[in-house]
Design a protein around this ligand. Sequence first.
Ligand code: PEP
Ligand code: MG
Length: 577
Amino acid sequence: MTITLHGIGIGGGIAIGRAHLVSHTDLEVAHYEITQAEVAGEIARFDQAVRATRKELEQLWGSIPENAPTELGAFLSLHVMLLNDHTISREPRDIIVERRCNAEWALKLQQDRLLEQFDVIEEEYLRERRNDVIQVVDRLFKALDGHDGEHYVPPEDSKERVLIAHDLSPADMALFKGADFAAFLTDVGGPTSHTAILARSLDIPSVLALHHARQLIREDETIIVDGTAGVAIIDPSETILAEYRKRQTGLAAERKKLQSIKRTAAATRDGVAIELHANIETPGDVAQALGNGATGVGLYRSEFLFLGRDDLPDEEEQYRAYRSVLEGMKGAPVTIRTVDLGRDKMPKWADEEAVSAPNPALGLTGVRLCLAEPQLFRTQLRALLRAGRHGKLKLLVPMLASLAEVKQVRLHVEQAREELREDGIEFADDVEVGGMIEVPGAALTVSHLLGKLDFVSIGTNDLIQYTLAVDRGDDAVSHLYDPFHPAVLHLIGHVIRTADRAGVPVSVCGEMAGDARMTRLLLALGLRRFSMHPAQLLNVKQIVLKSDLSKLAPLAREIEQAPDADRVREILASLDG
Ligand code: PEP
Ligand code: MG
């Protein structure tokens, strides 16, 4: 039976493929021995996980929205039944006693046993309940919090597969970057969460915040993913499939056509040059940036080098990564952001305190973390300054909130230079230092920060989150996360105007810069430098080529003074280019 699910569409295009559900049980499970004295505690931990999972399932069952597909209730009640069955909720306890192993391992052994039994069942309906066992055990694993995704091996036919997960952390996403999935779907996630950003960087259609995808989709089922409309169609009919195949062909033709402007200089109809740079997450993304005509890297999120691993990258490893990006970009400017960890990008080695901070988005994150961990920061600065000899490097500092932080960063850069000089190591002396404006306090006081910064880049993803008090990763409030909100536009306009007046280059590197629906709005506000995911570059360029600044610029005041987002949308809709 065909089921259609609606969520937040990320990444344009349409994909058709077979479902591949990743659960925590696909990921490597930790295995360790425990002492006799620890057995009782381990059993208690397992029991607690069972209780938490039961409560979670019952709550989900009790809060099924009216418009949810009817199958959802049936699946959830089946899951509660499975969880209550002694094979799942009791037998792992015996394994803990017999083998003196951790609860995760006992659960894994029991799951393997159960799945083997399912594999030999001939009756199709019963055999398919295998997935339900996986999903219930997956929830238990989560409750035990004992998974380790480092050793996940994607299926060989991943190109034809739609990856389906409850949630993917930025670290998980980095892991999937190596695999070539046709599309992916998640139950949770906001439009500018780092998961969404990475999805965009994979350049495949994806839909987030589907809520019940993992419950409703079976392994191997055919799925259509429309990343533009934010729709996933499960088990489509032949007629629907044919329609989407037609649309897919049309989109591929449009994409090909866009390639014709790859080498065209980005300039408006009235001849104003516009800089279009790329956002990247790994050195491997350089090829895609160049392939889409980027004339520089406007944001390299260096923290991805630090995620999903137990250790810290040392100076040498960092140097090699930065140098490879600089060399790859062949002399074009490369803006490398110093590590922006914390919030939803928590490294494995972060201590308990950091992980359980009461409000990570307002805690030790971005530049604050760097200043609190001077050794980590200094190592990165040394690697960056050394790599600077191999291209045109610019440093970008995230999450600045005050002039004091800018001054401290400058001091660290100076000290890193001094150290390198003393060590007799060659480095670039002319590296510019810029700051991200993504905290409202920094936007409002930007005139003071500009004196100590060589350039600024507006991080609209965080600026929107902090200005409107809306968590960018929480889909429950994603309808309130509105880039058209006049407060946001006012701050962006203020930063651009102030930087222009001070003669300091200003760019936007948040997701707004890559959204072709916002290109004319940003041009109207005076923006001339954009940095975005490479896959968005030609779409934005196409709008730039059709825009006329003499018509857009006079709208700036009206846009910034609009009483609400609807009025801004009306103004934009009235434009014909
Ligand atoms: C931003 O906040 O807009 C930004 C570009 O940084 P990130 O998305 O990595 O937080
Ligand atoms: Mg940010």
